[in-house]
Design a protein around this ligand. Structure first.
Ligand code: ZN
Length: 165
């Protein structure tokens, strides 16, 4: 039931996705700026949720002012293009909103590593039931599972073993 993080889309797919999003944003009154174009391209090329600082480290965004990037990210969030993911101590991460259901994640409490997990069917059923009962529309959830990833578990086992020796 677990998937590793989906492999990165090919660069032409990512470019197409970024161009499509950009076109719809321009229609909605966004200004075409170099920062916007670069950020959309970077985010389309890498579907993982990453912190603002991590996005800022992308080669095409390195020269951007952090405040500019933050404001831009907030505008994209308000426009429904980007979603904010709370991953515990990893601070707030951002990713392009996938066209399908938003993915859920396993978060390693030791190294902050992420693994995308398939949302349990029961959760989808719960959303539908909630919507039916309350009359709310577009009911969705944010769900994170926390644990220790296999790498960290192995390392801590080794450390414990060494300590015994
Ligand atoms: Zn880990």
């Amino acid at each position: 039931m677990m998937n590793s993080i989906a492999s990165a889309p090919s660069s032409s797919q990512a470019q197409d996705a970024a161009a499509g999003i950009l076109a719809s944003l321009l229609e909605r009154g966004f200004k075409r700026t170099h920062a916007l174009v670069c950020l959309l391209r970077e985010m389309a090329a890498d579907p993982r949720p990453r912190t603002l600082a991590e996005w800022g480290e992308c080669p095409s965004l390195q020269e951007r002012n952090g405040v500019t990037l933050y404001r831009l990210m907030l505008k994209l969030e308000q426009a429904g293009v980007v979603r904010r993911v709370n991953l515990g101590e990893r601070a707030q991460c951002f990713q392009l909103l996938p066209s399908g259901p938003a993915p859920d994640y396993l978060v390693c409490t030791s190294c902050g590593g992420l693994e995308q997990v398939e949302t349990p069917l029961e959760v989808r059923v719960l959303e539908e039931n909630l919507a039916r009962k309350t009359g709310w529309k577009a009911v969705r959830h944010e769900l994170e599972f926390f644990g220790v990833c296999p790498n960290c578990a192995e390392n801590s086992n080794e450390a414990a073993h060494l300590a015994v020796i």
